[in-house]
Unconditional design. Sequence first.
Length: 128
Amino acid sequence: MKKVKLKFVPESNLFYTLSGAFVTVTSAFALAHYVTRRECGRSASSAELMMGLAGIGVGTFLLCEPDRRARKRVVVEELFDEKEADLTGRRIREVLGKNAEQPEESVPRRRPIEVDEETSIEDFQNFN
């Protein structure tokens, strides 16, 4: 899936931090205004309450977005380097009863068949 980059959304951490702070502070003022109007006995719109709560959520998301992007870009380090892989291979050969100093020999998958003048094709047809 191709990732589409929008030209009007900058990739700057400063953009996310400033916009998140602005939205959060503005929403906090909207919530404070709602609470003061309710305490004074004036009519307060529930839409103001809902917009304030939604703004707090969006502001928090925008403030956390640079950290989320940074965690996403973390490069996974190699689990084994060449030295550790060689040491692990030696330990496995020791456990399996093979000499750890000698490299592992390739084992033929089938046993060799001696061929002489009397060998025919029928000798190989039923061979498993």
